[in-house]
Ligand binder design. Structure first.
Ligand SMILES: Cc1ncc(COP(=O)(O)O)c(C=O)c1O
Length: 364
């Protein structure tokens, strides 16, 4: 393993890749996370050999021992980032080194070996090179899903001695069906996502498993996503099931919950803070309660609210539903600050707006 440049990947091309005309049909309306490319990247880790066997190979099912530790104790982490088709036909990643860093931090929290950032970046670049034909044009993008799991067959409760790191890729369209203008969110009363000292700041599968019952409740109430409160006092707004949250005030300033250790440090969140500050806006990373959010939306102090993340970029929150009474933000349909930030971010990602912060990494 070369620490600076990453490992050399053995490339074994898919013996029977999807035919171009079939791929074109699959790319017409891929939805989110249902269509997959021909290849995957894999790197193995064992106690004896460290990181080894880096490969780009055909995407196919794994052979997994029924005693593989991940199936019992959920030692698994993942990332999510996108490759974008640029207006000039090239392909770029957006701040992938941030995902590489977060992946290392997640690994440390889950007692897993930390993949060198160069290996993470190279695995993604090599996979996108192999599957470049799968990067959609237009509003679509190629969603990349790096993940790592404990593969050792052993039922003792301790960090495993063997792991598999994998990257798969999925061409995607809009995250919310119908490309919604604004989403409705459900306040979870009964469930919390992460507790102090827990794994809330890590991107591990277990966090999402624990959130599914709350997400299902949100859907039952006609909402798109769930919003979680803190686990200790059950009043501070933390984040949505898969996105960070921002409020926009009548003076043009923004507020978002601080990175307290119980929320995911979103790459999009960080980009939004930087872009808003560059526009001269005040951004406060400060806690706020659900009741404050409601009162300030009802008084008109809070003009807009929005969620942000890699999958859905920036999505206005039009309405918050809650067992004890919800509220509407602004006119319920989103606002101009969220829209301007979304347009700027998408413009940078697509190469249409100057990349003043050095975020775009062209790979093709
Ligand atoms: C719980 C949670 N919060 C926030 C985010 C947003 O993070 P990012 O902007 O890095 O996609 C995600 C998505 O990855 C998430 O799953």
């Amino acid at each position: 393993m070369n620490a600076e440049h990453g490992p050399s990947f053995t490339r074994r091309a898919h013996p029977a890749p999807v035919a171009p005309n079939v791929r074109a049909t699959m790319l017409e309306d891929p939805g989110f996370g249902r269509v997959f490319t021909d290849h995957m990247a894999t790197i193995r880790w064992t106690e004896e050999r460290g990181w080894c066997d880096a490969e780009i190979r055909a995407r196919e099912p794994f052979l997994l021992d029924p005693a593989a530790a991940v199936l019992h104790y959920a030692q698994e982490i993942f990332e999510g980032l996108k490759a974008y088709r640029l207006s000039d036909g090239g392909v770029a990643l957006f701040r992938p080194e941030q995902n590489a860093r977060r992946f290392r931090a997640s690994a440390e929290r889950l007692a897993m070996p930390a993949l060198p950032e160069a290996a993470f970046l190279k695995s993604i670049e090599q996979l996108v090179h192999a599957d470049a034909e799968w990067v959609p044009g237009g509003d679509g993008s190629l969603y990349l899903r790096p993940f790592m799991f404990a593969a050792e067959p052993f039922l003792g409760v301790r960090p495993a001695a063997e792991y598999l790191y994998v990257v798969i890729a999925s061409p995607v369209g809009a995250y919310f069906k119908g490309g919604k203008k604004a989403v409705t969110v459900w306040l979870s009363d009964d469930y919390t996502r992460a507790a102090p000292g827990g794994t809330g700041a890590a991107k591990c599968g277990g966090n999402y498993a624990a959130s599914l019952v709350a997400q299902a409740e949100a859907i039952k109430h006609g909402c798109d996503q769930v919003v979680f409160l803190d686990a200790a006092e059950r009043k501070w707004v933390e984040e949505l099931g898969g996105m960070n949250v921002f409020l926009v005030y009548d003076d043009g300033s923004l507020k978002t919950p601080p990175l307290s250790g119980t929320i995911l440090p979103g790459v999009t969140r960080d980009a939004i803070i930087t872009l808003a500050k560059a526009d001269g806006r005040t951004v406060r990373e400060e806690r706020f309660t659900f009741d404050q959010w409601k009162a300030e939306a009802q008084s008109g102090r809070v003009r807009e609210s929005f969620a942000c993340g890699t999958a859905a970029v920036v999505t206005p929150i039009g309405e918050i539903k809650a067992a004890n009474g919800g509220f509407v933000v602004g006119n319920g349909g989103g606002g101009e600050v969220a829209e301007a930030l979304r347009a700027k971010l998408v413009g940078i990602q697509r190469g249409d707006v100057p990349d003043a912060h050095g975020w775009v990494r062209r790979i093709l």
